[in-house]
Ligand binder design. Structure first.
Ligand code: NAP
Length: 433
């Protein structure tokens, strides 16, 4: 028997649990521990609320969760209620699948002005993450700036642009729907510090911008290299660039403009008491593909600035951290004997949800190599005793099923669920079980 603790119940956590089951069969016990009272991490609070089909993958995690050798232990914060050393003493292996929940800092003057938010907070707000429930962004327009040219920037621009009717069938939370209702934004500027060939947007997500009810994407033909240069791109990127080129032909005939401002890097945010404008410097590409400032600057009016420039893993006391890379220091997933990292906590915030599946198998292979077949560790009973002694209010998978049922039961018409958005209300919703 091997006792494995996985910290974090998002895709990386559940794929690792699944890989452990496939590798060790009945010969493993896995506890998936999460600081929130709800499982599934980014599937619930990162994937956009209008991308329900992506969220369906949680059914696969549920199947793993409902097996006897995998258990969900929610509402427990490792590094606070239980230390990493205590966990390592109880389990043969501790796998950190904590993702990258913190924003990469936007290191420019004015980044701390009211009205400037990171994508973790903004996405968490519209997705009902308890940490960001109270964000209440001011959307009094008319300008908004979204910094970054990745899929998160696209999500944020699309959420700002959609009409209420376009959220039908989504699980956007009520406070976000209310906050977005009747907002005054009519121009969302997407700042890309490099050019159309360097975007980090995938075709399906980019294509959606071309079909919005009240918003139109605008690009400037002058930003593009000659069309022959597209042949050098790998197929996915070529498709994305081709969609961008299609936007050149779009008439600007809708009330909200989504402006792709390429070769544009933010150098400061200004305003008397809150963000009023972003100072942007024109860039050009260096021969090795980096953005280099030209010294030409201009101002883009913006009462809301959302920085979507990537994420960092949150450090845990006692775990070696690679500050430059923003993730746990690890060698192909190995941090120290019996301590591993998987998913974004291992490799940084890249790839799709599916990328975490091979990542989980990589860790299971390491465990098969590294762990003794006969464990001398206590595993589950040891953790339960520790949590009981500390009076920790643990949320089980059965509790989550009650919360899930309650959320589905209170959904507005046509929506899959109405999430509870605070730890308190989530814990209260268990009582129906
Ligand atoms: P990302 O793909 O790494 O994009 C980050 C963007 O920020 C890049 O355009 C980058 O430009 C820019 N950037 C970085 N530092 C900057 C700075 N200091 N100033 C200006 N711009 C800066 O990150 P992401 O959008 O957060 O997405 C994270 C991961 O989640 C990605 O793998 C993404 O595909 C995935 N995701 C997928 C979906 C989906 O499939 N529907 C939705 C959301 C997220 P450079 O290229 O110049 O560095």
């Amino acid at each position: 028997m091997r006792h494995v603790a996985i910290v974090g119940s998002g895709p990386a956590g559940y794929y690792t649990a699944e890989a452990c089951q496939k590798t060790f069969g009945e010969d493993v016990r896995v506890d998936i521990i999460d600081r929130l009272p709800v499982p599934f991490g980014l599937i619930r609070s990162g994937v956009a609320p209008d991308h329900q089909s992506i969220k369906n993958v949680s059914r696969r995690y549920e199947a793993v969760a409902l097996t006897d050798n995998v258990r969900f232990v929610g509402n427990v914060t490792i590094g606070e209620q239980v230390s990493i050393d205590e966990l390592r003493a109880l389990y043969d292996a501790v796998v950190l699948a904590t993702g990258a929940p913190a924003d990469r800092p936007l290191d420019i003057p004015g980044a701390d002005l009211p009205g400037v938010v990171g994508s973790a907070a903004f996405v968490g707000w519209y997705n009902g993450h308890p940490d960001h429930e109270a964000l209440a962004p001011v959307l009094d327009g008319p300008g908004a700036v979204v910094i970054g040219n990745g899929n998160v920037a696209l999500d944020v621009a699309r959420i700002l642009a959609k009409t209420e009717a376009e959220f039908a069938g989504s699980d956007i939370v009520a406070h976000a729907l209310e906050g977005l209702r009747g907002h005054a934004i009519n121009r969302v500027t997407l700042l890309g510090r490099r050019g159309p060939h360097q975007i980090a947007m995938t075709p399906k997500e980019l294509g959606e911008l071309g079909h919005l009810a009240r918003a139109v994407p605008l690009v400037d033909a002058a930003d593009f290299p000659p069309i022959e240069a597209d042949a050098e791109l790998e197929p996915g990127q070529r498709k994305s660039v081709s969609l961008l080129r299609d936007f050149i032909k779009q008439p600007a005939d809708k009330p909200i403009e989504i402006v792709f401002d390429f070769f544009a890097r933010p150098v400061a945010i200004e305003g008397a008491e809150r963000a009023e404008r972003v100072i942007v410097e024109r860039t050009r590409l260096t021969p090795d593909g980096r953005a280099e400032g030209t010294g030409d600057t201009y101002a883009v009016p913006a009462g809301l600035v959302v920085s979507c420039i990537g994420y960092r893993t949150s450090p845990i006391p006692g775990v070696p951290f690679d500050t430059r890379a923003g993730r746990f220091a690890n060698d192909d997933g190995r941090i120290a004997p019996g301590l591993y990292a998987v998913g974004w906590a291992r490799r940084g915030p890249t790839g799709t949800i599916g990328t975490n599946r091979p990542d989980g198998f990589l860790i299971a292979e390491h465990l098969a190599e590294d762990l003794p077949a006969a464990s001398a560790k206590q595993g589950r009973p040891g953790l339960d005793a520790l949590l009981a002694a500390r009076d920790v209010d643990v949320v089980t998978f059965r509790d989550w099923q009650a919360i899930d049922k309650a959320e589905i039961g209170r959904a507005r018409a046509g929506a899959p669920r109405e999430k509870f958005t605070s730890v308190e209300t989530l814990l209260g919703a268990r009582e129906g079980s």
